[in-house]
Design a protein around this ligand. Structure first.
Ligand code: NAD
Length: 443
């Protein structure tokens, strides 16, 4: 099939590349010229395991192309995927500016039947807005053409995006059109062989399903972080509790790790947007509000633990930070807990020396050159002359650590671990203080 994908970010690139990989003829469009120029030369704008090789192979074999020409994009695909960003607006609602801009473009250039497939995460009712935008653009051209709009939310995780797309647990499609069902079935049939993963539902139900999934996962995280705060005050090790409840199949082990708060481009903005949707519908959604509040508080927890370990005045201290990305296997630092920590430390007059296997460039792009930020090339260089070490991201490479060596590097023998990576007794044996999350030490 001929497919166009608007937006060449995490979702657009993974969608376009995976669809090309099963033989579709895909054109990816983006308004960012530098991004498209880079992609045409095989330079990826993001780090995502496995994506580079797959993208280059399909590009060189001619099934995957990149362009800034929206007109060419509208001409190319019968399916027009929208995978542009939907960042939070000032009031928490999803900003639909980019989505509606693509809809206008489609309406302005289409010359035949198109299916507009909304893959961006958008509030209930957005498909109607997209439909109206296209109809208005067509009317301005005094043209009448058939088109359909459907919702196909994306559930991939950064860091495992290819696997998630190609082996999706489900493919949700919101539509009331038989014709769209047929075309979407054809589009996904290469990924739908093992069992039928296509779940057709009402359009508005599909839109809400995406928010429901993210809000549920965020709720699990905030619930565990709430309990970690309590466990700390009760002198209970939350890790024992985690295992105790995870073993119940009704609860399960996924997404119940206590930590330094959730980040990324999705959970924070989607919880806020769903809260806003609820408010607009006349419901104040107390649970969603609490999920967000708990997370905000949890993101401050590492800073408070440093104050407990080093004294309230952190001016002049140098803090080593391992892990900047909001989670492992990505370079994405949007709303990452590391950012809350760095910014709090800078406000307090401290400096940071940071290491991340993939996100150093992103850190430099966000914060630029500053004297209180040292981008270290290795984890060893990051701890040189540091007062204490903080772990913000659970990269695999951090899971083992020579504690005796670390003690010789730090001015104060203190690890603040936002991801509960180590056994407290191992750290203590080496003579270091260990402040993890919900494990008692820092109180
Ligand atoms: P992103 O910021 O990485 O990429 C968006 C891209 O769209 C950018 O390259 C931008 O230049 C481009 N763009 C903006 N306006 C455009 C236009 N008019 N025409 C063409 N391109 C345009 O965003 P992302 O992380 O890929 O997220 C996209 C959507 O998917 C969001 O709604 C997000 O909530 C949702 N989503 C994201 C993830 C994730 O893990 N990142 C997972 C599931 C769903």
């Amino acid at each position: 099939m001929k497919i166009t994908v608007f937006g060449s970010g995490y979702v657009g690139l993974v969608t376009g590349t995976c669809l090309a990989d099963v033989g579709h003829d895909v054109l990816c469009i983006d308004v960012d010229q530098a991004k498209i120029e880079g992609l045409n030369q095989g330079v990826l704008p993001i780090y995502e395991p496995g994506l580079g090789a797959m993208l280059k192979r399909n590009h060189s074999e001619g099934r995957l192309q990149f362009s800034t020409s929206a007109e060419r994009g509208v001409e190319h695909g019968q399916l027009q995927f929208i995978a542009v960003g939907t960042p939070p607006d000032d009031d928490g609602s999803a900003d639909l500016r980019h989505v509606l801009a693509v809809a206008r473009t489609i309406g302005s250039h289409m010359t035949g039947y198109k299916v507009v497939v909304d893959k961006s995460t958008v509030p209930v009712g957005t498909a109607d807005k997209v439909r109206r935008e296209i109809a208005t653009a067509l009317a301005a051209r005094q043209t009448e053409l058939e088109f359909d709009v459907c919702s196909n939310p994306e559930f991939l995780k950064e860091g495992a995006a290819i696997e998630d797309f190609t082996k999706a647990a489900r493919i949700v499609i919101g539509t009331d059109s038989e014709r769209v069902r047929g075309l979407m079935r054809e589009c996904y049939s290469p990924y739908n062989r093992n069992r039928d993963k296509l779940m057709f539902m009402d359009l508005r139900a599909a839109e809400l399903t995406k928010y429901a999934a993210n809000a549920m996962l965020a709720t699990k995280i905030s619930f565990m972080n709430e309990l970690a705060q309590l466990a700390e005050r009760l002198g209970v090790d939350i890790e024992q509790v985690r295992q105790g409840i995870g073993s119940d199949p009704r609860i399960g082990y996924h997404f119940i790790y206590p930590g330094c708060g959730y980040g990324g481009s999705c959970f924070p903005k989607d919880v806020k947007a769903l809260t806003r949707t609820a408010l607009d519908a006349g419901h104040d959604a107390p649970l969603l509000n609490a999920v967000e509040q708990v997370n905000q508080r949890q993101k401050q927890t590492l800073f408070h633990k440093l104050q407990q370990g080093l004294g309230n005045n952190l001016r002049g201290k140098r803090i080593a930070i391992w892990g900047l990305a909001f989670k492992p296997n990505t370079d994405d630092m949007r709303e990452a807990p590391s950012r809350s920590l760095m910014e709090a430390l800078w406000d307090a007059g401290a400096s940071v020396s940071v290491y991340d296997p993939e996100a150093l460039n992103e850190c430099h792009r966000i914060y630029g050159k500053r004297t209180d930020l040292n981008l270290a090339a290795t984890r060893e260089l990051a701890v040189e002359d540091a007062d204490a070490l903080v772990i913000c991201t659970e990269w695999k490479a951090f899971r083992t650590l020579d504690f005796a060596w670390l003690k010789t590097q730090l001015r104060t023998p203190l690890i603040v671990d936002g991801r509960n990576l180590y056994a407290p007794q191992d750290v203590h044996r080496a003579g270091l203080a260990y402040y993890a999350v919900g494990r008692g030490d820092s109180l």
